[in-house]
Every structure is written in structure tokens, then in C-alpha cells.
Ligand binder design. Structure first.
Ligand SMILES: [Zn+2]
Length: 325
């Protein structure tokens, strides 16, 4: 026998049927219209309450809302899986209860504006979660913190082989080995950064391909890899690099020294020659002189503040590491 639903207009259980209807939703002054299945009383043709259909409609509406104005639950799950972090860890990062995060992931709730913003920031710049791991030892267990620190950050640069990456895939592994190579005999951040810039841009000029696939932005002090500081910090945390704070009368800076040998098997013969030349060059200059050199490069002059620098400028690089060949 057909299940009877309670109709509040007929004041009793009646026979009913299912039909499609546009259901209006309002949240945060944003209106949505969802085409969904509703149950109609056969006698009075009014809508009757069907818990299962209502739940499906609500989930549809929340998913639609989150897709248009927030983050769909499936995206949060994908993000977490990419980083290989648990619901419990991500909820601590966002500052919400685990069951709240679960309800976001299942499209059973809409994140409030505050948490939505936090989620968006974390998902756009996943490298910032490493800061949480470093500075929140009261929130995370040591094991959790380490897991966050070593999680595989999906670099947004990874996918694009274009003029801003020197037509090469971004390689976290290579950039780490270059940093270890530059820091073999103690160096400073500016020199590592400038060395990377000259390495990648010269490689593009000579071999038509960058080495690390990194993107450089125009910063006041020169072309800069925005996440370089994070990468060095990670190597320090992993005890692959030693950091020493130096204080002179009017200067304070960190000096970095590799604690392990770089793995150069990732690079071909010509790339290793270039690595040596660039390291010799940055080692021979004072940090400020290295900065000045890069300020005269078209790559830096022709790019707007903060913008990514096109590798096309590599062709007009002043510095020529192979000029005597
Ligand atoms: Zn009725």
C-alpha cells in the first residue's frame, strides 16, 4: 500500500504524488531558485512535507549556494585529500569543530562569512598552513604539526608550462637541491634568490627551458620567488640547512649553510655547469651588488610592480654566463 503523508490543509494523511517545482531559497540576502522534487497532496494539490525530499532539496540548495558564493563541499574534500590532511587537522586550522567541517563537506551547512574567508585563503595559499604548524604547538600535537609541515603542497605553478615558468614544469625537488647547492658554503637569502633568478633565466636563454620552473615576481629589491622564504624554512625545519642569525652594528640577517650534500643527479651536464657559474658569480659579489645587477635587467625594468616576470626577457639578459664559449 502507498505510504500516506500528512497534509496540514486536509488535516490528515492523504495520497500524494511527486512533481518538479522551483523552490526559492534566501541566504545572506542572496536568492536562489532550485528545481527540485516536491510532494503534492492528491486531494487539495498543496505541498506536503516529505522529510527525504526536503533534505535532498536543502543539500542541492546549499551546494548551489556554495558553488556560486562559497566553496562546494566536494572542493574542500579534494583540497584535503591533495594535502593528505585529516578533517580534524583542517578544522583546527580553520578554527571550527570537526563536525562543522563535516557538515560543510557534506553540503549540509553553509560556512559563515568569517570561516568562508579563512577557508578560501587557506585553499588559495596552502603554504600558509605550514605557519599554523610552526606557531600553534598548543593546538596541534607534535605529530600533527609535522604532518602539516611535510604535507605535499600542491603548487599552483605546477600545472603551467608557460612564459612565466620558462616552459618547464615547476619542480619543488629541483628548487630544494639548488638552494642546498647555493648554501654549501654559507650564503644569505638575497643571494639564493638572485642566484635562482639568474639560473632559471640564463637556462631559458641558453637551453630554451628554465631549470626549476619557478615564477618570479617584480618586488622592490628585485625579481623574487614569493614562496622562497617558506621553502628555506622547510629545509631548516628538516635539518637540511643550518641557520645562523648575524647581528652587526647596523645590520641583522640570517646566514644559511647546508647540512647535507645537494643531489645534482636531477640536473644535466650543461645545467650543472650553469649552476657552478651562477654560484661563483653570486658568491663573488656583496648581496647589495647582486641586487643592483638584477635591477638593470629588462626583466625587472619592464615588469609592473608585483607582476610575474615573463621569461621572454631572458633573451635580453645583460649577464651572460657563457660569453667566453
Ligand atoms: Zn491536502
Amino acid at each position: 500500500m502507498e505510504k500516506l503523508y500528512y497534509c496540514e490543509f486536509c488535516q490528515g494523511r492523504t495520497e500524494s504524488f511527486i512533481t518538479l517545482k522551483n523552490v526559492e531559497f534566501n541566504h545572506n540576502h542572496k536568492a536562489l531558485s532550485i528545481l527540485s522534487e516536491v510532494r503534492i497532496c492528491k486531494d487539495c494539490k498543496n505541498q506536503v512535507y516529505d522529510r527525504e525530499l526536503d533534505q535532498i532539496t536543502t543539500e542541492k540548495a546549499i551546494n548551489e549556494y556554495n558553488t556560486l558564493y562559497g566553496i562546494p563541499g566536494s572542493e574542500i574534500i579534494k583540497f584535503r585529500n591533495n594535502l593528505n590532511i585529516s578533517q580534524s587537522t583542517l578544522s583546527k586550522i580553520i578554527g571550527i569543530a570537526k563536525k562543522t567541517l563535516v557538515s560543510y563537506e557534506k553540503n549540509q551547512a553553509i560556512p559563515s562569512n568569517h570561516y568562508l574567508q579563512t577557508l578560501k585563503v587557506v585553499m588559495e595559499k596552502p603554504e600558509i598552513i605550514q605557519l599554523f604548524a610552526k606557531n600553534s604547538d598548543k593546538i596541534f600535537t607534535k605529530k600533527e604539526a609535522e604532518k602539516i609541515f611535510f604535507c605535499d603542497i600542491p603548487d599552483s605553478f605546477k600545472v603551467c608550462e608557460d612564459e612565466y615558468h620558462g616552459y618547464n614544469d615547476y619542480s619543488e625537488e629541483k628548487i630544494e637541491q639548488v638552494i642546498l647547492y647555493f648554501a654549501e658554503h654559507s650564503t644569505v637569502m638575497t643571494k639564493i634568490n638572485k642566484g635562482l633568478f639568474y639560473l632559471d633565466f640564463s637556462a631559458y636563454k641558453e637551453f630554451a627551458r628554465s631549470i626549476t620552473g619557478s615564477s618570479y615576481q617584480k618586488f622592490a629589491y628585485g625579481p623574487f620567488i614569493a614562496s622562497l622564504y617558506q621553502k628555506i624554512e622547510k629545509l631548516v625545519f628538516q635539518k637540511k640547512i643550518h641557520v645562523k642569525s648575524i647581528s652587526t652594528e647596523n645590520l641583522k640577517y640570517n646566514e644559511y649553510t647546508s647540512l647535507i650534500k645537494p643531489n645534482l643527479s636531477l640536473f644535466n651536464e650543461r645545467e650543472i655547469i650553469l649552476l657552478q657559474k651562477v654560484r661563483d658569480y653570486v658568491t663573488s659579489l656583496s648581496a647589495s651588488a647582486v641586487s643592483e645587477d638584477s635591477h638593470e635587467e629588462k626583466a625587472w625594468l619592464m615588469t609592473e610592480d608585483g607582476a610575474y616576470i615573463s621569461y621572454n626577457y631572458a633573451l635580453s639578459l645583460n649577464k651572460d654566463f657563457f660569453e667566453n664559449e
